[in-house]
Design a protein. Sequence first.
Length: 216
Amino acid sequence: MTFRQRVMAVAVAGALGFAGTAVALTKVELKTESDRIAAEFKTAKAKCDGLKANAKDVCMTEAKGANKVAKAELEASNKPGDKTRYAVSIAKAEADYAVAKEKCDDKAGNDKAACVKEAKAAEARAKADAKASTQTTTGSVGEYVDDATITAKVKAAVLEDPSLKSAEINVETSKGRVQLSGFVSSRADIDRAVKVAKGVAGVTSVKNDMILKGTQ
């Protein structure tokens, strides 16, 4: 079996949940793959040297993100399991966000703010999906959605709502009970935020601790 085939076999075994039967990479294989990742990162960075301004920043951010994901994938291949697969998903979400946010620098004013907000919402969704995918099915309720996942999904829903773009809302969750705090511009924003939170799967109740700007 070639090195590449061995890596794929380990990764597939982990993805199918057979971590106990997967064979970890040897030290030589691990070093070879680590060296390859380092070389690819060096090459990717070199390609950015001829660029200028934000195009160069975007290029460097893409190179760093790809390097981070590659390292996470190597770790998942070497130690297959829910934890390392989750780490790969998080690395991809953070890399995509970093690139998207960097590209927003080409915009200005409200367009830039909206761009960053959209990028952050996409990251929150990706992380929530990654978290949910690691959960196990319990009883007849279906997929268990834990508090961290609910928090991420509520944050994403709030960020995506056009009427709440100027709000500064914090989200905390305990056993499905969501607490909203922070500052909003109007009573309508409070009502809207509560409604948005209640619409997220897994939320059992919503407590409002939000404050109207200028009244604190």
